[in-house]
Design a protein around this ligand. Structure first.
Ligand code: ZN
Ligand code: ZN
Length: 195
């Protein structure tokens, strides 16, 4: 069981592996070191990008059937140890990504579909870390830019066309259509501000 070691980045000092960090934390907290927790850690360390707890459950090896409860509590544990970043979406969903060997970074999120991207620009971090915070030690910065992706913009445009056609028919909107109509309203408001 040494594959956690192989995920260690080259060039890093002889630091603890993710498994070492988790083991030390669970010892300190007097928690049971269950094989499920280590199996979840291994899966997390081998997935790139942002994912939900349910997506992680699908990626678990066949001999580890973990419940959603176990997955959520283990992810919370990994976040406490600094091995995982969690992102709380406006929809109420939480997405996760590995934090070990990954510098904290900023994101942009589509409010239509909830997709999240890494922001390839560290000028925000520089600005925030330069900001004066009296009697407060800054540890890291995590900023989210909210907006609408091209796919959702196209859906909104299609919805608008449909609404214009059905103007007199008073057709009931599906939940998704209602959501996009609301986003469309927000976009129009935002467009006025930016004028
Ligand atoms: Zn979208
Ligand atoms: Zn990210």
């Amino acid at each position: 069981m040494t594959h956690a070691m192989t995920t260690e980045r080259k060039g890093k000092k002889a630091s603890e592996s993710p498994r070492d960090i988790l083991t030390r934390y669970m010892t300190e907290q007097q928690m049971r070191k269950t094989p499920e927790r280590f199996a979840i850690l291994d899966v997390v360390m081998n997935i790139e990008g942002h994912y939900s707890a349910d997506q992680l459950i699908e990626r678990m090896p066949e001999d580890f059937h973990v419940s959603r409860g176990t997955m959520y509590s283990t992810l919370a544990l990994l976040a406490e140890c600094g091995l995982v970043y969690s992102h709380h979406m406006a929809s109420g969903a939480t997405l996760y990504e590995k934090a070990h060997g990954v510098a904290s970074h900023n994101h942009y999120i589509c409010t239509g579909c909830g997709k999240i991207w890494d922001l390839k620009n560290d000028s925000i971090n520089k600005l925030v870390m330069d900001a004066r915070t009296p009697k407060f030690k800054k540890l890291r910065c995590s900023t989210y830019i909210y907006g609408v992706c091209n796919v959702c913009l196209a859906k909104i445009a299609r919805l608008k066309k449909k609404q214009e056609k059905q103007h007199t028919l008073n057709v009931e909107m599906t939940r998704e259509e209602a959501r996009f109509a609301k986003i469309s309203e927000e976009l129009e408001k935002a467009a006025k501000w930016f004028k």
